[in-house]
Design a protein. Structure first.
Length: 209
């Protein structure tokens, strides 16, 4: 089974208060959206990569198109899940690894682990989460915490979705708990950015950009 990568890059990024569009914010001199695209491209399970954009991210759209080989989907730019649903319907179904554009440390090996977990669960949707304690240890302050089996976790910004179920009123979901620290780095604030910059310089699996 091959999957399509769907990078969500159409949000406002209002919490960051940066002078550039959030997906175009550089970590290690490379825009975050490019880092995510490159990781998906290097993942054996991913057959094609799409990037969602909106009126909030015109420079992101131009830059992604200049890379070559990447298709963009213009979405209404309303809310993350609404734009994701819109894009999947536009693409006509299939299985998607949906990734937020603000995960600059995402690695191909992590994407492959997520895909394996999705196949093993056998449910139409999978959400990747990490223990809340990991965020605390890294000095990060997540905005959304959920409880699973009495323990607290944070969504990491990666989901796998069977597009054929996208119009269902309820999509059965499973969870994949990851202990990969790189998945804790959703760059939503300048503080998150500073931590990402520190970690990117210590990585041993840096992709060729």
């Amino acid at each position: 089974m091959r999957f399509m990568g769907l990078v969500m890059a159409g949000g406002k990024g209002s919490r960051l208060n940066a002078s550039v569009e959030k997906p175009m914010l550089c970590v290690g001199k490379t825009p975050m959206v490019v880092r995510v695209i490159n990781s998906l491209r290097r993942s054996p399970s991913i057959s094609k990569v799409y990037v969602t954009v909106s009126h909030h991210t015109p420079r992101t759209k131009s830059h992604v198109l200049s890379l070559g080989g990447i298709s963009v989907i213009d979405t209404p730019g309303l809310e993350y899940h609404d734009d994701m649903r819109y894009a999947i319907k536009e693409l006509g179904g299939g299985c998607f690894v949906v990734v937020s554009a603000d995960l600059p440390l995402l690695a191909p090996r992590t994407i492959e682990a997520v895909v394996r977990a999705y196949k093993a669960r056998g449910k139409p949707s999978l959400a990747v989460v990490a223990p809340l304690q990991m965020f605390a240890e890294m000095g990060l302050n997540p905005t959304w915490v959920l409880e699973i089996g009495g323990e607290k976790f944070v969504p990491c910004g990666i989901n796998v979705v069977d597009g054929s179920a996208i119009d269902e009123p309820y999509i059965e979901e499973s969870f994949f708990v990851s202990d990969d620290p790189s998945l804790c780095i959703n760059v939503n604030t300048l503080h998150d950015l500073s931590i990402a910059e520190k970690l990117i310089n210590t990585r041993t699996d840096k992709p060729s950009l």
